[in-house]
Design a protein. Sequence first.
Length: 267
Amino acid sequence: MRLTIDDIELAFDDCGAGPALLLIHGFPLNRRMWQPQLQPLAEAGYRVIAPDLRGFGESDPSTPGFGLERFGDDLIALLDALRIDRATVAGMSMGGYILMDLLERYPRRVRAACFIATRSSADDEAGRDRRSAMAAEAERLGANPIIKIFAELLFAADSMHTRPELIAQVTSWMRGTAPGGLAGGLLAMRDRKDYTPLLPGFRQPALVLTGAEDRAATPGALELLTAGLPCCQSRIIEQAGHMLNMEKAEEFNAALRQFLKELPGQP
């Protein structure tokens, strides 16, 4: 499905009926990363919304020069267009940064929050410099430099050896991302704030999910989130890396379903 949101068209999946669940993909991916979740969660009684962020997947290309707030505003506009007042929001990696922006600026719209393979801290100076350099390379050379870096970070070691079809699938998604989308995402992540001091103010029920072999989101990042969020539970999924929702889909889906089932009150 597609909807015009301000200056672009966003592509998205809309599956099932019931309390709304918004899934925000990571970088440099698209909504297809949620394929193992869409049908099982819809069958469990939820309306699952999975958009392609601007510049990614089948959404319109976008030029760099915007912050995470632009992604957040797009998603709120999408919920408005779909007449969804409140949703549980799950964000993976960069999607987790966008989730924190939503919690800060649109807290009433977020019923509950699921942080997946993400962290609350900002980049240090070296990290900011790396993102700037990668953004420049992406605009100049396209996706290949990004693939070289991220393909090695996304998966557990066992997956790299035993799931070549999964590696090829995710690599094809990265290769299909427009240079402007890659650069825009990198620069938006580079300029994000440190959300750690804000975590105690995020009062919604929260779930933190991470892979035991995640090389991008460290154990320290998990500890910051679980210590800072006041209404938080967490789960570490064994033999999974950054792409835990695809590498260990059954365990991931079971943890998310249990969290959703335990949410208090009505949506």
